[in-house]
Design a protein. Sequence first.
Lengths: 293, 281
Amino acid sequence: MAESYRRSRWSNGLFVVPYLSVFLTLLVFPLGWGIWLSLNKVDLFGGERFIGLKNYARVLSDPIFGQAVKNTVIFVGVSVPTLVILGLFLALALNKTTKGSSFLRGVFFASSILSVTIVTLIWRIVFIPNDGLMALIFEYFGWQPIGFLSTTGWSLFSVGVATVWWCIGLPMMLFLAALQQIPKDLYEAAALDNASRWRVLTRITLPSIKSTIMLVAIIQVVMQFQLFGQAQLMTNGGPAGSSRPIVMYIYEVGFLRWDIGMGAAASQVLFLIILCAAMLQYWVSTRKEETDA
Amino acid sequence: MKALNYSPEHLTSNRRLFWIAALLGLIMMAPVAWIIGLSLKDNAELLKGTEAVFSFPYTMENYANILKSSSVFGWFMNSMIVAVGQTFGVLLLSSLAGYAFARLEFPFRKTIFIIVLFGLAVPEQAVIIARHQMFNWFDLHNTHIGLILPNLSSAFGVFLMTQFFRAIPKEIDEAAMLDNTSTFRIFWKVLLPLTLPAQATLGIFTFLQAWNDYWWPLISATKSDMYTLTIGIASSQTNFAQSEGLGFLGAQAIFASLPVVLVYIFFQRHIVTAVSGGAVK
């Protein structure tokens, strides 16, 4: 009996069949079907016509898509370093067992559990002209009011502020978990050497959590490239498309204009961009480690 | 005394950093405090100027109005059904699969596991258009089932449960095997009870994700009586401020986040394990 438990058997595979069938029908098949759709001209009422890469050509030559890519890249380029550095700072500052630290950890993580709808509702009410919290603060200090959500220079920035507020909890928690795993004797040795705090940070702490920093950065790049709800709900991509991200472009083309082939093509392009960005980061980090060694 | 000063904690953090973090914490909480303030004010008074937030009188009227408004309550129920359904589905599928991947031998086990792990890398956007079409074929839009199904395919739960089953000492199932117990009974009676903490972690995590899901309900639930709370609140945001007033909108935000905030307060530890345990290994 004991041996039959260990022995390879087809019947043991039955345990994975329920998940696997869902996985195949709802993930693998739509992935393939999406690629197929992107190569077709799709009519709303059924019927596809193979047109090769024409949808991709249409997407890539669409200036609105170009602007969306630019917006998204800027957004990722600013929000990800902010999240990583701020998350690291908070983890270093709050890596203590005191009540105050644990309360603040709770505060910084709490926003992550809210839905995008609530986060944007909160921030829209903060940013509304005249009556918002920001407007009141600006008025109090006698500063010139800013239309945070309605000015081209500020719309993407405002979306970014709400995003950082929403997402800061996860990087902080991951960094805290990593800090806990650094062997204590490294610090004891440093203490014996009378090393300065800065030296300890740059020589011990940061090198020890290098892989977590990379992990957090990759997770955030992948997540922030998928920016959608915040932009759609706060600015609806405006004004003049200045805060429209790629996913919102996909949504508009695929589900508002119902140009399914083109929407599918745009989503494959996004998938490719995310994959490349993540792989590039991974490659850079492993190369650096080799030269370090 | 000197040695104490040089404890590891002392070297990684200090007071000044803590106070900066505390200041950032205040900034973090300010928007929420602002919304709570608004939700407790009379809408007509807010129209004259939102400075009114800082002075009496306060009222619970906005919350009472939510309970009277039938649509918000219906959305709440939809969210509950979808989130609970998804949680049970994910727990069931992931436990079965996780057990098999961690403990049993069957043909192509390793290959299948690696393919499933690749599923972690597929963003929702890459499949959402095709999924939407598929659900069209089977008339699943605007149904609870249609809202529950897609996220059951997430590989995260399987990955997590496989890790948890691997962590259980092998001696336990070996002892059960001596008693001639069937594979399913070992899973159901012996190992599954041991994974209860893991089930709680994954369950809470899935519940939160389902409750907050936005993309899929947005395109699948198009009839207002099938809206989940996230979509319903989003739809009432479009005609912002004018219609119901800022106080009512604020109260809606607070009401809609109540379940997740309660879950967070009671299960904070599990949530932290779920988000950091899965990633830092």
